[in-house]
Design a protein around this ligand. Structure first.
Ligand SMILES: [Zn+2]
Ligand SMILES: [Zn+2]
Length: 157
């Protein structure tokens, strides 16, 4: 559950504010609708269903759009704003889905200087600290499970 909470922190406050404002407007709208249109004697479950369902969808959708923005920022993606717009304007959440398929991996901070680096680098491009195990022959980054270097074929012990 803590991981879910961590992810929730990615959603910017503006997204929550927007959700809250939309709810307020929605609630006011419902109130006005009831007051003007139908008396309280009209079928209540039916009256509740019409505005509440879109509001519930909105309160999932808006934080999700916020998540796309916050997550793209966290991943140092220069296209964060573009993805947010796509998430808003491509209907049926397809923009959001596309984002989850195409997003960049989370950058790994350098243990020495803290620079946000692309994952998979052997050395930090800013301070030169070794980040991952690297091949003794070609100095390329190695995956933990490799028995041979995939870049030069050097056998690894
Ligand atoms: Zn560094
Ligand atoms: Zn190698």
């Amino acid at each position: 559950m803590s991981r879910f909470r961590e992810e929730l922190k990615v959603i910017p406050r503006a997204a929550w504010t927007t959700t809250f404002v939309l709810w307020t407007i929605g609630a006011l709208g419902i109130g006005l609708f009831w007051y003007k249109g139908f008396g309280p004697t009209t079928d209540l479950p039916f009256l509740l269903l019409i505005p509440v369902v879109p509001l519930l969808i909105l309160s999932v959708y808006v934080p999700l759009v916020g998540y796309v923005y916050g997550d793209a920022r966290r991943r140092c993606m220069r296209t964060a704003l573009l993805w947010t717009l796509l998430a808003i304007f491509i209907p049926n959440g397809i923009g959001i889905l596309l984002y989850f398929v195409l997003r960049d991996p989370i950058p790994t901070p350098c243990p020495s200087c803290g620079a946000a680096n692309k994952p998979g680098l052997a050395f930090c491009p800013y301070c030169g600290t070794a980040i991952r195990r690297s091949c003794l022959q070609c100095h390329c980054a190695l995956e933990e499970t490799w028995k041979n270097c995939a870049h030069c074929g050097q056998q690894l012990i």
